[in-house]
Write a protein that binds this ligand. Structure first.
Ligand SMILES: Nc1ncnc2c1ncn2[C@@H]1O[C@H](COP(=O)(O)OP(=O)(O)OP(=O)(O)O)[C@@H](O)[C@H]1O
Length: 309
């Protein structure tokens, strides 16, 4: 395998007594889309900031394009932070010009989808969907080899989200490595590989299929009294979710679900189904909440490494 574009090798970052990232190893290779998942505060942004060289690891090492992060390696990066990094009191066009000059390019990107629509408008006056597209264009103008996107589609409508993901796929097909954080499972499933973080630790890695493995869920018959079923399973402390009227319980044997329903006087059939990625994440989060730190295999290991099955 060729040298990864980005490599975090057992990186830890502490802020005072608090460990924001704990012994995480991960890589991003050319042409692959790696998704970084985890609840708020899991340590995703801190890991990204270490990869970018903006935060120095307390221990461990980061390499970008095979070298420690530096001005030279950062020039080959495109970064869209959560806050987008745009100048809201400049117009869209001025933002692209500014970035083009910062990267020592003569002009702004040859092709912009945003400027024909909103080139002369202040960024503060355009919608979030357009702002995000503009931030993408600003990050891509210098044709980076590695794209780092921190929740790039947060708060945008489904159409803009699809467009942004089209751009991500086009870049990956051109050989650009992409590291992307997201809270949307549909987006996670578009990644080639996933790294799940919880409380600063890497708790699972692999494809979504690897991570889900043989984990099961139980579906409660939707014809049953779904609100009573949900309440009973929830108060029994089971990892229950509700989608429409469909009550599901992750990672719990059907017999246990049936027993809880019976004890609550709810008459309902149950059936075992494969778990979704979201359900697997719920299980992992619950076990990580109680687990002691455990060493985990690198994110590019052949098979998934999970805290729970
Ligand atoms: N400079 C800092 N000083 C102190 N604590 C920090 C600092 N930066 C981050 N943290 C803490 O580290 C933890 C991880 O934060 P981080 O932003 O990396 O999480 P995240 O997974 O990106 O969350 P989100 O999805 O909300 O962006 C949080 O508890 C945060 O408060």
């Amino acid at each position: 395998m060729s040298e990864p574009l980005a490599h975090a090798d057992r990186v830890t970052r502490r802020f005072g007594d608090f460990t924001a990232v704990d012994n995480v190893t991960m890589t991003v290779g050319a042409g692959e889309i790696v998704g970084l998942l985890g609840a708020n505060g899991a340590g995703k942004t801190t890991l990204i900031r270490m990869l970018l060289g903006l935060v120095v690891p307390t221990s461990g090492a980061v390499r970008l394009f095979g070298r420690p992060p530096s001005r030279e390696t950062r020039v080959r990066l495109g970064y869209v932070p959560q806050g987008l990094g745009l100048y809201t009191d400049l117009t869209s066009m001025e933002n692209l010009d500014f970035v083009a000059h910062a990267f020592d390019r003569k002009g702004r990107p040859a092709k912009s989808d945003v400027t024909p629509e909103a080139g002369g408008q202040l960024v503060a006056d355009i919608g979030l969907g357009l702002q995000r597209r503009l931030a993408f264009e600003a990050a891509l103008g210098h044709e980076p080899g590695l794209l780092i996107l921190d929740e790039p589609t947060s708060g945008v409508d489904p159409l803009s989200r699809t467009r942004l993901w089209d751009t991500i796929h086009v870049q990956a097909e051109k050989g650009v490595g992409v590291l992307v954080t997201t809270h949307y499972m549909q987006e996670a499933q578009q990644c080639d590989r996933l790294v799940l973080m919880s409380h600063g630790r890497q708790v699972a890695a692999g494809t979504d299929t690897d991570i889900i493995g043989a984990t099961i869920a139980v579906e409660v018959d939707p014809e049953a009294d779904w609100s009573r079923a949900f309440a009973a399973l929830d108060s029994a402390g089971l990892p229950v979710t509700l989608a429409g009227r469909l009550v599901r319980v992750a990672g719990t044997p059907p017999d246990r679900v049936a027993e809880v329903l019976r004890e609550a006087g709810v008459e309902a059939g149950v059936r075992q189904v494969p778990a979704t990625l979201e359900e697997k994440m719920i299980i992992i989060e619950r076990s990580a909440d109680t687990a002691e730190p455990t060493p985990v295999a690198p994110a590019n290991a052949a098979s998934a490494n999970t805290a729970s099955s």
